[in-house]
Design a protein around this ligand. Sequence first.
Ligand SMILES: Cc1cc2nc3c(=O)[nH]c(=O)nc-3n(C[C@H](O)[C@H](O)[C@H](O)COP(=O)(O)OP(=O)(O)OC[C@H]3O[C@@H](n4cnc5c(N)ncnc54)[C@H](O)[C@@H]3O)c2cc1C
Length: 397
Amino acid sequence: MTTDVIVVGAGPAGAATAIFLAEHGLAVRLVDRARFPRPKICGEYLSPEAPRLLDRLGALKAVDAVATPLSGMRITAPDGTQLVGRYHAIGPWRPYREHAMALSREVLDTILVDRVRALPVELSEEVRVTDVRVAGDRVLGVEAVDADGRRLTLRAPLTIAADGRASVVAQRLGLRRPHRLRRMALVTYVEDVPDLGLFGEIFVDPPDYAILNPIAPGRANLSIVVPLAHAAPWSGRLESFFDARAKHLPHLARRIAGGRRVAPVRAMGPLAYRVDPPRTGGVLMVGDATGFYDPFSGEGIFNGLRSAELAAETAVRALRRGDLSAAALAGYDRARRLASRDKERVTHALQFLIAHRALANLTARLLARHQGLLDLLLGILGDFVPPRALVTGVRAR
Ligand SMILES: Cc1cc2nc3c(=O)[nH]c(=O)nc-3n(C[C@H](O)[C@H](O)[C@H](O)COP(=O)(O)OP(=O)(O)OC[C@H]3O[C@@H](n4cnc5c(N)ncnc54)[C@H](O)[C@@H]3O)c2cc1C
């Protein structure tokens, strides 16, 4: 059987793309360099709108069985002001579920890959893509190496890059660019922290912030995001750096006192990078392969699933018409940017606020007096309230 689409990477974006395409009857080859379950550095939070896409993918029941529901977020400002926002219907906007979710990425990603396995998709694990085959203005497929070191050439009219932040496809096509936001995340797990449960917890303390996310009973993901320049001298001693930094954030330190770190610290940085849209035909990019900004607003997985949905629509149309030129595929990138543009503006504004102590305190005190505004903001960050509601108010549609 000939392959219609090669999908590179079986993380949430790639697995979702493969599922959507297979459901349209297309012949899909999905390859990943890892074998699942595989670890993934992440804050492990899923926004309340992510279940809509997980439901479409046939994965929600399995996710529901293992995820911790989070009814909202508790945010602590540098001066200790606490904000508690909850996910609920706001005016005409209703979340798919009135809670966000926390669950281990090993589990989530394996659920999605298992869903792929239930479909007629040719899934190859431990196959690492090493290069992209390009002829003229067209991507024709990829070069790869399997677990036994054998070289493979995979060909298809359409290649979809879902290979994440280290995307070989983006690099080989010369699309990746650095970002001026230079931050690093340090991620681990803690246990025995009292009263973990209903809320995701954020501690803002410029230039750092930390997120405590209860992924299982008695166990939380703890991520601290710091300027890259502060962490760089500590490479090789990141555990000491993490422990010192956690003590240095007073509200976090008080919150996790009595708890203990139960896993090694894993680091990732620089977090932010940009990726230009492809100029060649025969290729689309989804998820982190399209770029990444910052994990503060926790929408990476949702964006990955949403981009898969949009890419599959474009791919199906283009393959049916037999036109996979860059021009025929460009609509996808426009749709993806349009879908995320307004929220990007909100997250950029938030980044500015949380980077400045006085501003962060002022904003927290303002939001503490306006619960409706706080919940609206949480709805925007939770992906179910359109960002324009900040300007138009809640009655507008
Ligand atoms: C510190 C941190 C915290 C975060 N916290 C959150 C959060 O709480 N909530 C949230 O929604 N998002 C969060 N994100 C973002 C989220 O992790 C990503 O947006 C999400 O994983 C993107 O999914 P993806 O499928 O595009 O990429 P990935 O999940 O990275 O999957 C890419 C896949 O491609 C495979 N691959 C890579 N290269 C190759 C190759 N050459 N050949 C074959 N296969 C390859 C990899 O093995 C991997 O399986 C966080 C990110 C960071 C860095």
